[in-house]
Design a protein around this ligand. Structure first.
Ligand code: SF4
Length: 331
């Protein structure tokens, strides 16, 4: 049973069920350093989702969102940030590159303004921990306890293929919802998600506690305030928007074929030799017993185009730059 295949196929299934934005493997810690990575993040589009999608397909840097740069008069970039100059410079460059800021030059100084107000674009955020085989739980209990005590996501879910016993339920926090995923049909579009237990909403607007390192007899913790959580949630939503879940690779091996997106819900790397979806970055290469070099290199797939067609994410928005041509006269 491959966790990777389970994760991709569950994403394909969830995507086919609604408009939530899905992404994989996103950091959810508020403390620094904190190691919590969520397997799947589902972000519900909020009231101004279309405004967000119209700005850029990429992640908008946090520092650029927080900078004191409005949509009206352009400001000297150095005056607009309350962070390290290098972070400010890199956020300014990136925000201009992706079309969130526009810039003009006056007397050798660079002035910036936002092309649009940063919108209120996301609603509930759900974190899903994948553990297809509960017989090999790894750090599952600690991970779910972190999600509940930290409360950065609105709901935490455990997704598994195993039969879920009372003993399993007793070992994880009561707030965590539990899904049993039936993948018998082979097509992610036809998976059945059995709700074993509904999740309890987490206290995202209140301070949280993030467990850090565990030592014999004690666990270090960080208390995180509600404002830090609010910023982390926005960053999580931004990362989910920019990244999505189709971040996997296809190998240059003839045994791999791309699944039919219409039949499976997404174009996935299916290995005929293993008889399952594979993680090319971790499993493929000449050292694999089934490897056969493809004469034409990697498979020709367009995952970005597929995301554009099948989800509310917009690959190439028209952008909101307003006075680009007129700006040059200030140079
Ligand atoms: S390298 Fe191995 S695992 Fe990867 S596609 Fe080829 S046969 Fe499958």
């Amino acid at each position: 049973m491959s966790e990777f295949a389970f994760e991709l196929e569950l994403c394909a299934h969830l995507e086919s069920r609604g408009d939530d934005l899905l992404a994989r493997q996103l950091g959810a810690s508020v403390a620094d350093p904190g190691g919590r990575i969520l397997d799947i993040v589902a972000v519900e589009p909020g009231p101004e989702f279309d405004e967000r999608a119209a700005i850029t397909s990429a992640v908008i840097p946090d520092a650029a969102i927080e900078a004191d740069v409005g949509t009206g008069r352009a400001r000297y970039w150095k005056d607009a940030f309350d962070c390290h100059p290098e972070r400010a410079r890199s956020a300014t460059e990136r925000a201009c590159e992706i079309g969130f800021f526009e810039r003009e030059h006056r007397k050798g100084r660079e002035y910036v303004r936002q092309v649009a107000r940063y919108p209120d674009w996301f609603g509930r955020i759900v974190g899903i921990e994948n553990k297809p085989d509960l017989g090999r739980p790894g750090d599952l209990e600690a991970q779910l306890r972190t999600d509940v005590s930290l409360g950065v996501v609105d709901e935490a879910i455990l997704a598994t293929e195993s039969y879920v016993t009372r003993a399993h339920l007793n070992r994880i926090p009561d707030e965590v919802g539990v899904w049993r995923v039936h993948r018998d049909s082979g097509s992610a579009l036809e998976f059945e998600v059995e709700i074993v237990r509904e999740p309890t909403p987490l206290a995202v607007d209140e301070p949280g506690v993030e467990p850090l390192e565990s030592h014999a007899g004690r666990t270090d913790i960080a208390v995180v305030d509600a404002d830090a959580k609010r910023r982390r949630r926005r960053r999580l939503a931004e990362r989910a928007y920019g990244k999505g879940w189709r971040t996997y690779a296809f190998p240059d091996c003839g045994a791999c074929r791309a699944t039919d997106a219409d039949a499976m819900g997404a174009t996935l790397p299916y290995c005929a030799w293993n008889g399952r979806v594979i993680d090319a970055g971790a499993e493929c290469g000449p050292a694999c017993g089934g490897y056969e070099e493809r004469p034409d290199g990697e498979a020709d797939v367009d995952l970005e185009g597929e995301r554009d067609r099948r989800t509310p994410w917009v690959a190439k928005p028209d952008g909101k730059r307003r006075r680009q041509s007129g700006l040059d006269r200030f140079g």
